[in-house]
Design a protein around this ligand. Structure first.
Ligand code: DP6
Length: 321
């Protein structure tokens, strides 16, 4: 019996991953950039033992069906790599509320890739771990390295992995997450990726990715907040334009989402360094410089429709604990 426990943080994408060129391998149609979210984490323990089937428990409740299948898919890859046959018991806990609009799959599959490979006796490199996590959830590839991270789309399965472009201490950015809806989203990312190509806007968005990646990467490296805020809003708006014009159309925003966009732009015009980005949900991630986080949190809490605000700084990479 071999066991291992790993911890990983969720991440927020600044340049978004939306659409795959290979859904099975999760090879994306474009590169992406993100930051890990400190304080929020998933902790996962994997034990290979003599049980007859894989089992999964999340926050003390047993998961079967699709959730378990997705985990077994990763365990199968690990078993093949390590040349073992044992089934595994997987127990996982998140310290952030489910349905808070924070992609739990990124932290979950990063923690699973690390704990499962260690428990199987493998010592994978960071890029190998990132590729393994990617097979479970694309964005999980970015929760393996530390701090500010870029996932290169790669030419093949072999070079589609993420790496750190700047470490945790590089820039004191804070994500103030305005929760406007805790309802479970109707269409998950996996289904969304599969229909991204039905939007006539997707090819233009993809063709323009290198430009956005370069602007965002440089803004992070130079700590140029104004450029950073403009490019993350632009990229998020482009992804949502694709979502809204897909077949079937995906509309993740609520009226409170749009109200926050207007406020954030107004605040920035008046000198407060803030910028927004939204994933496949209604909640708004408002990025700011660390010294303004208290003020941003206070202003967000005063807005109609904001139910809660979670605050997270820059997080480290996935680690064994
Ligand atoms: C909008 O990584 O959750 O958050 O690979 O199907 O699990 P799967 O999708 P996922 O997609 C993330 C979409 C996004 C943008 C991003 O995080 O880059």
């Amino acid at each position: 019996m071999t066991t291992s426990t790993a911890l990983a943080h969720p991440n927020i994408a600044f340049i978004k991953y939306w659409g795959n060129r290979d859904n099975e391998l999760r090879l994306p149609v474009n590169g992406s950039i993100s930051m890990n979210l400190d304080g929020l984490f998933t902790k996962t323990t994997v034990t290979f033992n003599s049980s007859k089937q894989d089992s999964l428990s999340i926050n003390n409740s047993e998961v079967k069906g699709k959730g378990l299948e997705r985990v077994s898919y990763i365990l199968d890859i690990v078993r093949k790599m390590a040349n073992i046959n044992e089934k595994a018991e997987v127990t996982s806990e998140n310290n952030f509320p489910a349905g808070a609009g924070i992609a739990s799959s990124a932290a979950a599959f990063a923690a699973l890739a690390l704990s499962a490979s260690k428990a199987a006796g493998l010592n994978l490199s960071e890029s190998e771990l990132s590729k393994l996590a990617r097979r479970g959830s694309g964005s999980a590839s970015r929760s393996i390295p530390s701090g500010f991270v870029e996932w290169q789309m790669g030419k093949s399965e072999e070079d589609s992995f993420a790496f750190s472009i700047a470490d945790v201490k590089h820039w004191n950015l804070v994500d103030c997450i305005a929760v406007v809806s805790s309802a479970h989203k109707k269409t998950g990312s996996t289904e969304g990726h599969a229909i991204a190509g039905t939007s006539p806007l997707q090819s233009a968005r993809v063709a323009d990715t290198t430009r956005r990646l370069d602007i965002c990467r440089n803004a992070i490296l130079k700590k140029d907040f104004e450029t950073f805020a403009n490019i993350i809003e632009h990229d998020s708006d482009m992804m949502h334009a694709v979502m809204m014009t897909s077949n079937p159309p995906l509309m993740y925003w609520q009226s409170a989402t749009v109200e926050i966009f207007h406020q954030v732009r107004e605040w920035r015009k008046n000198g407060l360094p803030v910028g927004y980005t939204v994933d496949a949900g209604a909640n708004v991630h408002v990025l700011c410089l660390g010294e303004y986080a208290k003020e941003v949190e206070k202003r967000l809490r005063e807005l109609n429709g904001v139910k809660d605000v979670l605050v997270a700084g820059v997080g480290g990479g996935a680690k064994i604990i």
